[in-house]
Every structure is written in C-alpha cells, then in structure tokens.
Design a protein around this ligand. Structure first.
Ligand code: ZN
Ligand code: ZN
Length: 476
C-alpha cells in the first residue's frame, strides 16, 4: 500500500467505521448484561451510586462486575413481584389469620407454626425453637456476608374495639401494634428472596422474634445465637404517623431508652391522730414525688428531651391510720445513654434521700432482672443511609422522610448493641379507611396496602446489602 496516497478524508472514514463498530459491540455486550426492558436511566443511577459512593469500579459500559440484581433495577423487579395480585392476596390472607389469633409474649406458638408452614411451602430452611417460640430462617448461599431482617410476633393484652370481618377471636388480646403485619411483610420478603436466591451474594437471616412488647425477646434470640456472624440488621415498624408506604427514619437516636422503677418506702404505722408515735411513709413518698419532678426541670439540659413520670402511689386505706409503708412507681425516658443512666442513678438517690430525711427506709427496684430496662435505640449512620437509598428505589425519593425521634422504646436496641443496625417506619395511614390510630389503641388498624411495599423493602434491603458488602469485603 502506498501510504502517501492515503488522504485526510480516508482517515476520517476509517475512524467513523471503527467508532460505529465499537458502539455495536458495546450494545451487544450491554444487552447481555442487562434485562431487555432495563431503562437507561436506572443504569445511569447505578453508575452514579456505585462509583461515587462506594468506589466500586464501573466498566465503560456502565455495568459494574457482578452488579446485576443490585440497586434500582433489582428494586423495580422486586416491587413488581411484590405487587402481583396473587402475592398481595396471599399477604392479606396471612395477615388476617395472624390478626384473628393474637398471642402474647412467649406464647406465640400458633403464629410460629404458621410461619414455619409458610417457610416449608417456600422450601426455606429454618431453626426452631429459638427463644421459646422464635424462628430463625436463612436464604442464600450459606456463606458470608450475613444480613438479618427482624419481625416481632407478639400481640398486646387489649380488647379489640374495631368491628370488622377479621377481628381478634381471642378475648382481651389484640395485634394493636401491627406485629401481625411485621410477620407478614417478612414472610413476603422471604418469598421474594427465595425466588431471587441465585442473585444473592451471601446469606439473609430472617428473625421471627417473640416478646417485643414485654420480656425482651431480642435478648433471648441473641443469647441463642440468632446474630452469629451477622454484619447488619434491619427492622421496620408500621406507623399511622405517615401515609401508606412512606418510609421514615433518621440516623442516630431514634427511640428513647425506657426504664421503670418501683420503690417501697417503709416507716412505722400508727394512729393518724397521734403522729408523733409513727414514722409517716406517705410524707416521705410525697416528698419523693415532688423531688423526682426536679430531675428533668432542674438538672437536665432543656435541649435533651427526658421524662420522669410517677404513675403509681399506693399506701394506706383507713382514713385515720398512718400506714407502715407506701409504694410509688413510674417510668423514665431519655435519648442518650448518659442521660438515661444518670436518671436511673438520680431516681434512686432522690427516693433513698427523701426517705432518710423523713426517717423512713426505701428499696428501689428497676426491674433490670425482668428485662424491663431498654436503653435508647440508635441507628447506625451507614445502615440508615442504606435504608434511605433502598427506600428511594422502592417507594421513590419523595416518599422517604427524615423523622423526629420519639419517646417510645423498642427491644430492637439489644440487636443494635451487637451489630450495626437500622430501625425504620413504614407508613400505613389512610384516612379513607380510618387507619389513623396510633399503636396500642383498641381502635388500631392498618392499611393492608402497606404489605407488598414492606415485603419489597425487606427483600431489596437484604439483597443490596449483600451485594455491597461483598464488594467491600473484596476491597479489604
Ligand atoms: Zn407496641
Ligand atoms: Zn410494636
């Protein structure tokens, strides 16, 4: 070939030909890496998410090695499956069966049986019993990383006041906190994850836990090995504060620490007309109640929310008798461990001190042995970010809210002490059907349209966590 005869135009033509060929090959490779209906916008967000936030290398076709099944593409597939009409009907059926047969803490035998039956139907393996009635199931390749999802199973000692077809059939017991929905959504998540097992880059551990309302079931689950090797745990709670399927959470302190106290103050009983012969415990108790009110108003930082409430004062009976003893009791809440444990210490000091001033003795019980002592719940920053990102994919970025902390408490806190964790809310408020009452009300009800969204959130959170953790482990 005579190179002197090659013109500038020949060079341009050759360059254009190579460019066209390169793009054709790119399209073929791209199509083989992605679902045929995969919208380009999703791949772009996948690239941005991964390259920017995790430093995971993205190849020049926009697909990171092994990322199929991660991010918004996977979330859309998961949401579609969750909302299939037959799946929605199945979720409603399960939730209604659990709602009709509520069981209190550590008595969730029928609920547990239903869970195991559904897991058997899905061919999901599990361990039972854990913490008396609990079930620990696993889905995936059996290898690390391990991520846990938690649902609580217990009901409350409340008589249901909602008149509907599937009202509680157990007098005096009711799923008034939505734990029937929690179990259902986790079973829904299990079904989706089992169908996507081939995409899981590790193992999902499903915790069906007893005794959240009382008895700290989470502590027993941990003691019986439920969190072994787990690198992160997530749980969601239905909330009537937010519209159906809106997700809410926050990093850092989310739920208050909750403690209870009961003090027996003992003096010396006698005739109320001759007080000099008695040592009056009613006076000592009254002084204690007044002084306890100063702990928050005078000792706490006004910007650090705390509560001390005396809710019981029992003693005496006859109007002319000073009793031997009185019992006072109540609850205290705080959002930091420091404030929480300081309140505990000061409550004891104040009651013992006021008893001594009035020549009485006192014994204060904080029910620590009975597991009635829940420290504040903190969301790990990275785990919260994970929930935020997944929620943006599952329900849309505008349906995720940063929520204020609340004074309620959760035994989920004991999981957070063992492994990075995040707790979040899923709204189920629907004025049209009246699902506006907050938890623990006899009129509590949920909008069942939340169930497929909750199932999708569980599945998407776990699948994406495993994929991202696998990369991180690789990088290390
Ligand atoms: Zn509750
Ligand atoms: Zn609850």
């Amino acid at each position: 070939m005579d190179w002197r005869a090659v013109t500038w135009m020949d060079c341009c033509r050759a360059f254009i030909l190579i460019w066209v060929l390169f793009n054709m090959i790119s399209m073929i490779v791209y199509a083989s890496n992605c679902e045929m209906d995969c919208p380009l916008g999703d791949v772009e967000s996948l690239v941005n998410n991964f390259e920017d936030q995790y430093g995971i290398p993205i190849d020049h076709f926009g697909v990171a090695e092994g990322t199929r099944g991660v991010g918004s593409v996977a979330a859309q597939e998961i949401v579609e499956v969750a909302n299939l009409p037959e799946n929605v009907e199945w979720l409603k059926r399960i939730r209604r069966r659990i709602h009709e047969h509520p069981e209190l803490a550590y008595e969730e035998f029928e609920t547990s049986k239903l869970i195991r039956h559904e897991l058997d139907q899905m061919n999901v393996s599990y361990r039972y019993p854990v913490a008396r009635t609990g079930v620990v199931a696993s889905i995936g390749n059996g290898n690390p990383p391990f991520v846990a999802l938690r649902a609580d199973m217990d009901a409350l000692p409340i008589q249901e006041a909602v008149e509907w077809e599937h009202k509680s059939k157990s007098p005096g017991k009711m799923h008034a906190c939505g734990h029937d929905a929690h179990v259902t959504m986790l079973l829904g998540g299990a079904k989706i994850l089992q169908q996507r097992q081939h995409l899981l880059q590790g193992t999902v551990i499903l915790l069906f836990q007893p005794a959240e309302e009382s008895g700290a079931g989470s502590k027993r689950m941990i003691a019986e090995g439920a969190l072994e090797n787990v690198e992160g745990i997530f749980a969601m709670h239905v909330s009537s504060d937010y519209p159906t399927s809106v997700i809410g959470s926050k990093p850092g302190p989310l739920l208050a620490g909750c403690g209870f106290f009961k003090a027996v103050i003992t003096g010396k009983g006698g005739h109320a007309a001759i007080p000099q012969h008695s040592i009056d415990p009613i006076l000592a108790g009254s002084a204690s109640v007044v002084s306890l009110q100063h702990l928050v108003s005078r000792e706490a930082n006004p910007l650090d929310s705390q509560v001390v409430s005396v809710a019981a004062f029992n003693g005496g009976g006859a109007l002319n008798v000073i009793p031997d003893s009185v019992t006072i009791g109540g609850t205290f809440r705080a959002f930091s461990n420091e404030s929480f444990y300081r309140l505990r210490q000061r409550i004891e000091e104040v009651i013992l001190g006021q008893a001594a001033v009035h020549r009485c003795t006192a014994v204060v019980d904080f029910f620590e042995k009975e597991d009635q002592f829940y420290p504040p719940t903190f969301n790990d920053k990275d785990m919260h970010k994970h929930v935020h990102r997944v929620a943006a994919d599952v329900v849309g970025v505008h349906n995720f809210k940063i929520v204020p902390p609340m004074m309620g408490a959760e035994d989920f806190v004991f999981y957070t002490e063992v492994t990075p964790a995040a707790f979040f809310y899923i709204g189920m408020r629907n004025e049209a059907i009246g699902s506006t009452r907050s938890g623990h009300s006899p009129y509590f009800m949920i909008d069942e349209n939340v169930l497929p969204t909750g199932a999708a959130m569980h599945a998407a959170i776990a699948e994406r966590f495993l994929n991202e953790h696998k990369f991180r482990t690789k990088k290390l």
